[in-house]
Design a protein around this ligand. Sequence first.
Ligand code: TXA
Ligand code: MG
Length: 332
Amino acid sequence: MTPAPDPALIARAAAVLKAGGLVAFPTETVYGLGALAESPAAVRAIFAAKGRPADHPVIVHVADASALDDWAIDIPPAARMLASAFWPGPLTLVLKRSHRAHELITGGQTTVGLRCPAHPWARALLAATGAAVAAPSANSFGRISPTAAQHVRDDLGQKPRGKIDLILDGGPCPVGIESTIVDLSGAGSRDGPRLLRPGAITRARLEQVLGVPVPDAGSVAPRASGRLASHYAPRTPLELVDADQLAARVAALRGTRLALLAPADLVLPAGSDHVLTHETAPDDAENYGRRLYAALHRLDAAGADRILVLRPPPGADWLAVHDRLRRAAHPG
Ligand code: TXA
Ligand code: MG
């Protein structure tokens, strides 16, 4: 699924970054909107393109774990354990920032988020640039994250008509939802590791490596835009429906146009012509996560009045999917 990185394109992208420009690039989770992390002007351009408030921190993408010491201080052993277990991979570590992490990177906080991505295009780009790359997801603020280059073209777009200097196309993202974020900064009264955002690296895997519990961050946690109530949201109102309620809900909403995300074997009640489209939901969490945002992008474009999503099963493996669906759900 992932094509080999094109060396000429990677060289061009690295040149754009080094000149202070913006490059959208694939990671294993979602597409990132990258800029040279050490250039405040370049990072400011990310915020402008996304329409994102300046007090939201951005993740710094690094080539390997040796960069921890460049960007962070007071690094606890747990951070190195997690980096050696899961980097390169879909895990972001929040640590106390070093002087290198300027205000725009940290959103004015005393911490910095660091991630070493595994996607071959992201790795090639970091190697060719020879510097850290700051990158939030490559979507307009508050919208669904992109898991394909076309999502980025449709939303932010490439210059001269769009906002990004260069959009790299490395195929669909294999994980499909944003990285797990663990806070190891010990900020405030908290000392142990805290889960700021669930992702493909599950709590169980973190706890297995660390040998201590990794509870959710409490309300004193640092700001993270992914923790806003309505985030990752389609424009169309989205409603989560329990399996045993779905047929009744579809029937009750006759007279409106519906788009569904539900398992393939769903049987709709008779007279369901108002269901414009039915995206089939995979029955395992990994595939569901991989396909979720692409499905939401399509459902959002279907011209429906409402998106109904059959609530996936409970269970620890589904934590990240439930988290993203909860944020996507809004009454309009
Ligand atoms: O998988 C990912 O993490 C993707 C790819 C591109 O790497 N990036 C991503 O970035 O999801 P973004 O900006 O859309 O979400 C990053 C989240 C935000 O919720 C941000 O507030 C949080 O990470 N974050 C970044 N630095 C932080 C910090 N120092 N403290 C707390 N949260 C931080
Ligand atoms: Mg985002």
